[in-house]
Ligand binder design. Structure first.
Ligand SMILES: *[C@@H]1O[C@H](CO)[C@@H](O)[C@H](O)[C@H]1NC(C)=O
Ligand SMILES: *[C@@H]1O[C@H](CO)[C@@H](O)[C@H](O)[C@H]1NC(C)=O
Ligand SMILES: *[C@@H]1O[C@H](CO)[C@@H](O)[C@H](O)[C@H]1NC(C)=O
Ligand SMILES: *[C@@H]1O[C@H](CO)[C@@H](O)[C@H](O)[C@H]1NC(C)=O
Ligand SMILES: [Zn+2]
Length: 321
C-alpha cells in the first residue's frame, strides 16, 4: 500500500529570536493516511497546503505494513530486518513484547534521526511528540523534548507543545517528530467506507490547518520545513478474504502474537520445554477456491489457496493431519 507524503514550505532558518540557528524540520505522521485520502473536497486544508508546497504522489511503506516498523524505518532509513522492529508485538525470549524499550533496541547500531540530531550537538535539539520509539534513549541519548504516546492527549495541544519546543529559550528544537494515531484506529474498527472514517479524515485535515495557523501565529511558517506523511495505507477487507485459522488448527497450547500481515505462533511459553506441544490439525478439505477481490469488490483472480506449514523442529511443535 502507498502513503501520502508532501513537503510544504521549504526555507532555511534565519537567526531570529530564540529559535534554533540550525535548519528546522517538523515531521508529522497521520497513521494510515493513504495517499489518495487527500483531495480538494475531502481535505481542503491538506489540499491547499499541497498546492503551496511540494507533493509526492506517494511513499512506499515497508513490509510488514505495521505502525511501529514503518515509523522506525522513517526514523532510521533502514528496513525492519535491520532495525529489528518486526511488528507492533513480537514474541521472543519466551514472551510477547509490545511497545517497549526492548522492542526498539534489537540493533544498537541503528540510531534514529532524532538521536543523531541530538548527538550532533552545537545547539541541536530534538523533540518527539508521541512518535513510536521517540522517547527512548538510543546509545544513551534521549531527545531533549519528549512526550510518550497518550491517546487522551488533545490533538491541538500536541501541536501547541510541539511548537513550544521550537521556541524553547534554553534548548530550541531543530527537529520535531509529531504523531497522530488516526485515521488508523477508526479504520480498523469501522473500515474506510464508514461515515465515521470520513469524519476522522476531516479531523486530520482540521489538525493540519491548526498546525499551519499556529506556525504562522508564531512566525515559524517560513522557517520550519514541514513534512506531512504517513506510515502505510489501509483498505477494507472483504469477508471472503478473511481466513479463520481456528478452522485449521487448535491453538489452545500455543502463544499467538499478531494477526496480519504476519502472525507468530509458538508453543505455549508456560509449558515444560520437553513436553510442550502446539497441536496443529490441518484439514486440507477446508482449503479451496478463494476469490481475491479488490477494494471495490471486483474479482482480481480466483485461485486455490492451500496452507503451507513450515515450522522449525526446534520449536518442538507437533502437527498431524
Ligand atoms: C476524496 O477522498 C475521499 C476519501 O478521503 C473519497 O471518498 C472521495 O471519493 C474523494 N473524492 C474525489 C473527488 O476524489
Ligand atoms: C525548555 O526546555 C527545557 C528542557 O526540556 C525544559 O526544562 C524547560 O522547561 C523548557 N522551557 C519552557 C519555557 O518550556
Ligand atoms: C485442543 O487441544 C486441547 C489440548 O490438547 C484439547 O483439550 C481440546 O479438546 C482441543 N480442542 C479441539 C477443538 O480439538
Ligand atoms: C517462559 O515463561 C513462562 C511464563 O510465561 C515461565 O513459566 C517459563 O518458566 C519460562 N521458560 C523459560 C525457559 O524461561
Ligand atoms: Zn500505522
Amino acid at each position: 500500500m502507498l502513503s501520502l507524503a508532501f513537503i510544504c514550505l521549504s526555507c532555511f532558518l534565519n537567526l531570529v529570536g530564540s529559535i534554533s540557528k540550525h535548519p528546522s524540520v517538523l515531521v508529522v505522521s497521520f497513521d494510515a493516511f493513504r495517499y489518495d485520502f487527500l483531495n480538494k473536497s475531502a481535505t481542503p486544508n491538506l489540499y491547499a497546503l499541497s498546492q503551496i508546497g511540494v507533493r509526492a504522489d506517494y511513499i512506499r511503506n515497508i513490509f510488514p505494513t505495521k505502525t511501529f516498523p514503518n515509523h522506525f524505518s522513517i526514523g532510521t532509513g533502514v528496513y525492519a530486518e535491520d532495525h529489528g522492529v518486526l511488528a507492533n508485538h513480537v514474541f521472543y525470549n519466551n514472551r510477547s513484547h509490545g511497545y517497549s524499550y526492548d522492542l526498539f533496541h534489537y540493533n544498537d547500531d541503528v540510531v534514529p534521526i532524532w538521536t543523531l540530531n541530538e548527538k550532533a550537538g552545537q545547539g541541536r535539539h530534538s523533540g518527539s511528540m508521541m512518535w513510536p520509539g521517540g522517547e527512548f534513549a538510543y546509545q544513551g541519548v534521549t531527545p531533549t523534548h519528549a512526550v510518550r504516546y497518550d491517546q487522551s492527549f488533545d490533538w491541538n495541544k500536541r501541536v501547541d507543545v510541539a511548537i513550544s519546543w521550537f521556541l524553547n529559550e534554553t534548548a530550541p528544537a531543530n527537529l520535531v517528530m509529531l504523531y497522530f494515531e488516526e485515521p488508523d484506529f477508526i479504520g480498523h474498527r469501522h473500515g474506510v467506507d464508514d461515515p465515521l472514517f470520513r469524519d476522522e479524515i476531516r479531523h486530520c485535515d482540521r489538525t493540519a490547518k491548526y498546525l499551519q495557523d499556529q506556525l504562522e501565529a508564531h512566525n515559524l511558517h517560513d522557517k520550519v520545513n514541514v513534512f506531512l506523511l504517513s506510515d502505510h495505507g489501509m483498505v477494507s477487507v472483504a469477508q471472503d478474504r478473511i481466513i479463520d485459522l481456528n478452522k485449521f488448527a487448535n491453538f489452545s497450547r500455543c502463544d499467538v502474537v499478531g494477526t496480519s500481515p504476519v502472525m507468530q505462533i509458538s508453543a505455549l511459553a508456560s509449558l515444560d520445554p520437553f513436553t510442550k506441544r502446539c497441536k496443529f490439525s490441518w484439514n486440507v478439505k477446508e482449503t479451496g477456491n478463494s476469490k481475491i477481490k479488490s477494494a471495490n469488490g471486483e474479482n482480481l483472480h480466483t485461485k486455490t489457496v492451500s496452507l503451507h506449514l513450515r515450522v522449525p523442529n526446534e520449536l518442538n511443535l507437533q502437527y498431524f493431519s
